[in-house]
Design a protein around this ligand. Structure first.
Ligand SMILES: [Mg+2]
Length: 167
């Protein structure tokens, strides 16, 4: 059960370490990115040059790209405009409804789409429920709140459990 719903297809340090060329060669054409702590730190508003360039490159590689964020419209729209990438806000991940809209927006097969995010309980679970591939990246910046720390602790335990299963 844990493997079915929480095991990401790939794990990478960050969005820069993902092998997009290999994804393309494996027929992936749609990339859905979580925003907070995946593309930009949750408390940051400024996009750095490196991130800007990455998305420019990805656009050139002929991927379809969109953002899927649980955050509010105002923040999500800001990044949507700056990157010129369509975005879905208030996604309520892990609930599948808004991700399904994003999948429809791409007009691609589900096996051609990957969701990239930093949280097992929202991003990975949501992708798994919808039957698309998932990539887990390390969160850019951890919040110091107790709830967040507790959530990350459980995530760590799940990943340890999955890793033990693999070996
Ligand atoms: Mg996130």
């Amino acid at each position: 059960m844990i493997k079915k719903f929480f095991d990401p297809d790939y794990m990478e340090k960050d969005i820069f370490c993902i092998n997009y060329k290999s994804l393309y060669e494996n027929n992936i054409r749609g990339l859905i990115f979580d925003i907070d702590n995946t593309v930009i730190a949750y408390d940051n508003f400024l996009i750095d040059e490196k991130t800007r360039n990455l998305f420019k490159e990805l656009n050139k590689k002929k991927f379809m790209i969109c953002f899927l964020s649980n955050n509010k419209e105002k923040r999500v729209l800001k990044f949507s405009k700056e990157f010129k990438i369509y975005a879905f806000h208030g996604a309520l991940k892990p609930l599948p409804f808004v991700l399904k809209k994003a999948i429809k927006y791409f007009k691609l097969q589900r096996n051609q789409i990957v969701l990239i995010g930093d949280q097992i309980f929202t991003d990975i679970l949501c992708g798994k429920i919808c039957g698309i591939k998932t990539i887990l990246v390390n969160p850019i910046k951890l919040s110091l709140s107790r709830v967040e720390k507790f959530k990350r602790w459980i995530e760590k335990k799940i990943l340890e459990f999955l890793n033990n299963k693999r070996t």
